[in-house]
Design a protein around this ligand. Structure first.
Ligand code: SAM
Ligand code: SF4
Ligand code: SF4
Length: 336
């Protein structure tokens, strides 16, 4: 293995792969229905990375020290035979953890095959447990009961962790934080609150829609006191808390109020094979060109050069940036 570091001395540990650019939801903060209508041109199947190409890319990243893979989208469960991809990635030397981020609508049926294939962890996005609001927040596509049932099924498998991701928006779902926790506070399902981020350009992000970590923490602590836990490992994105009087755990992803760029060791790949070195990137690096050569050496050298030249730290400097900065990549392309 040949570990590499970027210009800020950050290694590369974690690779997020979008396996699908389309989605069965139309969450207004990600793929608003007005823009992603029936005429929207998604990638054609042959423009998406094939499983062979994904595995070649993962092999090269594993050689640089990546040991964790997260499959995301769009909605990754729309990609056919995802279990086959998981089992192939699992066999790659150095990869010891495969996670999936999904909206959960299609999860329950696919779960046994995914777990058998070697999936280790699943994160399910759930911004509210109010059924009407859930439906609305999914762009009138999602059924809350189906997702809650999938979460229950996931808990009964041998998955190492089942986490819920809840993006909190002021005046939209902030009143649902406590009801969501009430449901999971006595379980091993970790609920993680994510500050609404200014990813991309189409979600109409405004600073005042963000509910900051400390406000969410105070809100929860006034009902159920919490204490902080140590990070599981260096570079863990979420700050972890445990209830004093319940078995559950709560996490916070504080990209806005407490950036964590200093330890950011993750890269992202879009479904069409572009590498992004930051969630807020405005440039990408086309890996497909380097996949044309059967020899992995070119791909390896290219990725090494990209990572060694990386100096992203958007969240730390966002307040200094001008409003006319170049257009950022959209969330549905790189999957969070
Ligand atoms: N479709 C899958 C899902 O929803 O879990 C995977 C892709 S989705 C883009 C990944 C995560 O990004 C979801 O948890 C979603 O809530 C989150 N997300 C989307 N836009 C966001 C934003 N502007 N700020 C914070 N999180 C966002
Ligand atoms: Fe789809 Fe996930 Fe984006 Fe919602 S957040 S539109 S489920 S990709
Ligand atoms: Fe990493 Fe970019 Fe997020 Fe900073 S802003 S933590 S560099 S993805």
């Amino acid at each position: 293995m040949n570990n590499i570091t970027d210009k800020l001395n950050r290694p590369i540990k974690d690779l997020r792969i979008s396996v699908m650019d389309t989605c069965n939801y139309r969450c207004p903060y990600c793929m608003p229905a007005e823009k992603f209508d029936d005429n929207y041109q998604f990638l054609k199947p042959n423009q998406r990375l094939s499983f062979d190409e994904i595995c070649r890319i993962v092999t090269v990243f594993a050689g640089f020290g990546v040991n964790k893979i997260r499959l995301t989208g769009g909605e990754p469960l729309l990609r056919k035979n995802l279990d086959e991809l998981i089992s192939r990635i699992k066999q790659i030397d150095g990869i010891n953890d495969i996670a999936l981020t999904t909206n959960g609508q299609l999860l329950k049926k696919q779960l046994p095959k995914l777990v058998d294939a070697g999936l280790d962890r699943v994160n399910i996005s759930l911004d509210t447990i109010n059924a009407d609001l859930y439906h609305k927040m999914s762009g009138n596509k999602g059924d809350l009961d189906v997702v809650l049932d999938a979460i229950d099924s996931a808990r009964k498998t041998k998955l190492k962790s089942v986490k819920i991701n809840c993006v909190v928006q002021n005046g939209v779902n902030d009143q649902d934080i406590l009801p969501l926790l009430a449901k999971y506070k006595d379980t091993n399902v970790v609920v993680r609150f994510i500050e609404f981020m200014d990813v991309g350009t189409i979600n109409g992000w405004q600073q005042d829609t963000v509910v900051q970590f400390k406000d969410i923490l105070n809100n929860i602590s006034s009902k159920w006191p919490l204490h902080a836990l140590d990070a599981n490992y260096k570079g863990e994105v979420a700050s972890r808390y445990k209830y004093n009087d319940h078995i559950g755990e709560v996490g916070f992803i504080t990209s806005i109020s407490k950036p964590f760029c200093r330890d950011c060791s993750r890269a992202r790949i879009s479904a069409d094979g572009h590498l992004y070195t930051c969630l807020f990137a405005h440039e990408s690096f086309n890996l497909k060109t380097h996949l044309k050569n059967d020899n992995n050496d070119f791909l390896q050298q290219y990725i090494k050069d990209v990572w060694e030249n990386r100096e992203d730290r958007y969240s730390e400097v966002r307040h200094e940036l001008k409003t006319d900065s170049p257009k950022k990549i959209e969330m549905y392309v790189i999957g969070g």
